[in-house]
Write a protein that binds this ligand. Sequence first.
Ligand code: 5GP
Length: 119
Amino acid sequence: MSYDDDNIFARILRGEIPCDKVYESDHALAFRDIAPKAPTHVLVIPRGPYENLHDFAERGSDAELADWVRAMAAVARAEGVTEDGYRATVNNGRHGNQEVPHVHAHIVGGRQLGGAPRG
Ligand code: 5GP
């Protein structure tokens, strides 16, 4: 698997492109999606160079993986969506419609969402 160092999230991590940061930790960064689908739409990414969920699960350290999941929950709490609920989605590969080849979770909430999974 070859990670593309020039993908847009790698450039955000290097500070070459601005982002609307909402949370950061040792191993994770969270920022608002540029095209939000709901009142809360935040992307949570590990800082390390991982293309998708499988790459991250197989090569990431336990500390990186734990930090990423905790970052998702911290974002949801900071956004005030924990009580009403929200969706955490990871799109993977071509069939999953993954557009950016750096693993990311979408934290989406702030309104009633449609049923899942959806095709
Ligand atoms: P995917 O389909 O890969 O799961 O989702 C990629 C997401 O990244 C999309 O929701 C898209 O709106 C968002 N996105 C793409 N380019 C940028 C960018 O430059 N900045 C931010 N903040 N989000 C982006």
